[in-house]
Design a binder for this molecule. Structure first.
Ligand code: NOJ
Length: 732
């Protein structure tokens, strides 16, 4: 409807109706739905006269029938027929589950990431969802934190590109409205939630403002420029203020500085958590702080519902409430909900879910997301080899990762066995479970039955180990699948130890004694510590959580039908003591040189300064080489010209990286930071001339007050092709 009619509707709302609009509840409260709920579930204490079907939004109900019923009830209950907003934790796929975001980011294929997001948007739309709680674009540099899987990793450039691709895919063309087949994006968690002290979930974040402006805030800013319609606040304290109650963060930075005019939703119960943070005195004070910070939706607490009726008797709070409600109504209007409250639902069940096309996109993204970390020739597998596939992931559906269980179904996932059987003769393959992925099923509550079904019964470890060894003895090559199970990462899954469980190491040691080449296939939600076992592998492929088409894509890579090209989006440390370790670090005044004997330099006595696998690591079955041609600065952009050559007869793609090297500046800059990337596809021995443009504003640096600093001077750029580096200089 046009703005005038919307205003008119808004003006007819009573105060109670307005307050109801600011309440967002989990689906489990509105009816007995089996939905993902990520916080305390005690009675919220909602006011008795609040009609639960009149609240502004419900989230994490993903069944279209149930959503239809809910919308019908909402329209019956609402005097002015205001439809509900349906939101959901759809993070990397609705039903077609794509590789987890940290994996996708390593593809550096931002067009394909956008295509995947388009599929997610369409599937979500066709199920009646309006808003997706993604992308999560918190920068992450500590793998102890369980949510690194949901993020595009440690690097600013990668996170910015990823944010834009996903938002464009979800929302479609930038316009006033969000059209058919699309949904609104809700970026999260504003701000810096990805940097909790010690990697412990929900913990304090404390960092300089220059780091905040130059690094952590950058991906959110890019998302706002890409027109994200919603932002979610963060749980953490940031530099002394809880993010969800910070006026500086949400009004001065998010709205004024970055120009965000969409809906700001609190994270689950974050308004209430202002009290235990020691920031709000009581629930009334928490409501004041939330509203004054510009938080429009109060997710999963009764605080706005209970405290606002009294508070808004004061004009100042009435104005703030009006502001919040107006933004919520505008979002409903942009989605066309006043014209069609059953948006998408009228087409639900059309069969356009998990289509052949979406599976193709998912397979391509798996092939481009798995990182070949090591290859001493055991890959690709050869057709005449006898292969023992050892480890539970050899034949498991549990490869979609933590968040995908909200709307996805592990039963859809193609197990590795199925993928391999499509490529290799059956008589050449032998599968042995090797160890139990789970030690017990007791802890998983409602998930228990499903996991047990998909994982099979728990068996004696000794028996599994013996079977695995027998299979390995018979084979020419061993494919060892290992890593974490999906409940070990995601929200609420911080870990102090990042090594493998004892039983996996024991099995690997036993397999090693067989004297056959071992190919490792690692399933994990985070970088693990592999230092002590890395030399057991002749080849190592990082599969992350690959999603629905994992088994197919990985089999294609293992057999050479596809050629790996991904590069790590997050560093793998050698030990937990190195954390945080990431590529864009600053130099100390006493950097480590080749002379390790000097005591008084920046180093560990008992550990290397280098990670095991740094950001950007990733091999190919081919070999490529890059050479600079020219770098020219004109007005607003730098144009880089370079050549890339395939040195082999194996066709493939390579992800070219361009890094900015440290240069003298009044705020010191990282030794090396990624500023551009390009995918180059080359046939056998082919050479191509390539061009990349970089907007000079991307090189802008901010001081501790957020002011821009003069960035003229000499710049060095490094062309990095498969880790081979060449420098070019340019003066700006
Ligand atoms: C808590 C998580 O931090 C957030 O990412 C999620 O979207 C909400 N819960 C809703 O489930």
């Amino acid at each position: 409807m046009d703005k005038k009619r919307l205003k008119n509707l808004f003006q007819q709302l009573t105060v109670d109706e307005k307050i109801a609009q600011t309440v967002q509840l989990n689906g489990s409260l509105v009816a007995e739905y089996d939905v993902m709920n990520t916080g305390p579930m005690e009675n919220l204490g909602l006011p008795e006269d609040l009609n639960i079907y009149e609240v502004g939004s419900i989230y994490n109900v993903n069944d279209f029938q149930k959503l239809k019923e809910l919308q019908e009830k909402a329209l019956e209950s609402s005097r002015l027929k205001i439809p509900m907003l349906f939101m959901s934790d759809v993070i990397y796929g609705f039903r077609t589950i794509f590789p987890m975001p940290l994996a996708q980011a390593g593809s550096f294929d931002f067009d394909l990431i956008k295509e995947a997001a388009e599929v997610t948007a369409k599937e979500s739309y066709l199920n009646g969802l309006h808003v997706l709680f993604s992308p999560m674009i918190d920068l992450v540099r500590d793998p102890r934190w369980g949510r690194v899987m949901e993020s595009p990793g440690e690097d600013v450039y990668t996170a910015k590109r990823f944010a834009k691709s996903v938002i464009d895919g979800y929302q479609g063309e930038i316009s006033e409205t969000i059209d058919e087949d699309h949904v609104a994006a809700c970026i999260k968690h504003f701000a810096a939630y990805g940097a909790p002290e010690g990697g412990r979930e929900y913990n304090t974040v404390d960092m300089s403002n220059q780091r905040l402006f130059n690094e952590y805030l950058q991906p959110y800013q890019a998302a706002i420029e890409a027109n994200t319609r919603l932002v979610m606040t963060a749980f953490n304290v940031l530099n002394g203020e809880p993010a969800s109650g910070s006026k500086w963060l949400n009004r001065d930075i998010l709205r004024k500085r970055y120009g965000f005019d969409g809906v700001l939703v609190s994270d689950h119960a974050a308004i209430k958590e202002l009290i235990p943070h020691g920031y709000a005195k009581d629930t009334r004070d928490a409501a004041v702080k939330g509203l004054e910070a510009g938080v429009d939706f109060d997710m999963m607490t009764a605080i706005y519902a209970k405290e606002l009726p009294e508070l808004v008797k004061e004009q100042h709070f009435m104005e703030l409430l009006d502001e919040a409600v107006w933004r919520i109504l505008e979002l409903k209007n942009q989605l066309g909900l006043f014209e069609n409250p059953f948006r998408g639902l009228d087409q639900a069940n059309t069969g356009e879910i998990l289509t052949e096309k979406s599976k193709e996109i998912a397979t391509a993204l798996v092939e481009k997301s798995c990182v070949l970390l090591k290859n001493q020739g055991a890959l690709p597998l050869k057709k005449d080899q006898k292969i023992a596939v050892v480890g539970p992931y050899g034949n498991s559906h549990l490869t979609i990762g933590f968040w995908a269980s909200v709307s996805g179904n592990p039963k859809d996932a193609v197990p590795l066995k199925e993928g391999l059987l499509a490529e290799l003769p059956e008589e050449k393959l032998c599968f042995a479970r090797g160890y139990n992925m789970f030690d017990s099923y007791d802890a998983f509550g409602p998930l228990k039955a499903g996991i047990e079904l998909l994982n099979g019964p728990i068996e004696a470890e000794e028996k599994l180990l013996t079977e695995a060894k027998e299979a390995a003895e018979e084979a020419d090559v061993i494919v060892f699948t290992f890593g974490e199970q999906f409940l070990e990462s995601g929200e609420g899954a911080s870990k102090a130890h990042l090594g493998l469980p004892e039983k996996q190491i024991r099995l690997l040691d036993e397999l090693k004694t067989c004297g056959k080449p071992i190919v490792g296939v690692l399933y994990t939600g985070r970088p693990l510590i592999l230092t002590d076992i890395e030399d057991h592998f002749d080849s190592l492929l990082l599969a992350w959580y690959p999603g629905t088409m994992g088994g197919k894509g990985i089999a294609n890579l293992l057999t050479g039908k596809a050629n790996p090209s991904a590069r790590l989006a997050m560093t793998f440390p050698r030990s937990e003591g190195q954390i945080p370790i990431y590529h864009a670090q600053l130099s100390t005044g006493r950097p480590l040189t080749s002379d390790h004997s000097d005591r008084f330099i920046s180093k560990y006595r008992d550990e290397s300064n280098e990670p095991l696998f740094t950001f950007g690591s990733g091999l190919s079955y081919a070999d490529f080489e890059g050479t600079w041609q020219t770098a020219k600065a004109e007005k607003e952009a730098i144009t880089f010209d370079f050549k890339v050559k395939n040195l082999t007869e194996i066709a493939g793609e390579t992800v070219v990286h361009i890094y900015l090297k440290q240069r003298p500046a009044s705020i010191v800059r990282p030794v090396r930071s990624l500023v551009a990337s390009q995918i180059v596809s080359l046939g056998e021995h082919e050479e191509k001339e390539c061009r990349v443009q970089l907007m000079i504003k991307e090189l802008q640096v901010y001081d501790n007050y957020g002011n821009t600093i003069d960035s003229s001077g000499e710049y060095q750029f490094e062309l990095d092709v498969l880790g081979k580096k060449e420098i070019i200089s340019i003066t700006l």
